[in-house]
Write a protein of this length. Structure first.
Length: 125
């Protein structure tokens, strides 16, 4: 059902775009070359067709909203099982090695020696 409404909705959208582009604007429209109908009659017909397509487009939009609301009824992220917070894992600090540390001073331009001991984590109280 949802696919049928969506297909009709898309067709209505394309038709609405086409009808709006056919309407005469201040600079002339695609129908400004004349035809079997008078300019006034064509404008009235296109205006009525635009209104009809717009009403149908809004109706299908509301129908799609209602279908989506029915499909998701009773489903909430808060109510879903398995949303408990994860168990607390022990925190082990990551201690960088001497190779990853910046130089001791910016003036000498030397990196710390590779045999430097890694930094020890702060003592636990």
């Amino acid at each position: 059902m949802e696919n049928v409404i969506l297909t009709v909705h898309l067709i209505l959208a394309l038709m609405l775009i086409g009808v709006v582009l056919l309407q005469r604007s201040e600079g002339g429209g695609l129908l400004s070359g004349g035809g079997a109908m008078s300019a006034r009659g064509a404008a009235n017909a296109l205006t009525k067709l635009t209104w009809a397509l717009a009403v149908a487009f809004i109706a299908t939009s509301i129908a799609l909203t209602l279908v989506a609301a029915q499909k998701s009824e009773g489903i909430s992220v808060v109510d879903q099982p398995g949303t408990e917070a994860p168990a607390e894992a022990p925190v082990t600090p990551i201690v960088p090695t001497g190779d990853l540390l910046p130089p001791a001073s910016a003036g000498d331009g030397q990196a710390p020696a590779a045999d430097d001991a890694p930094l020890a984590p702060p003592p636990a109280n």
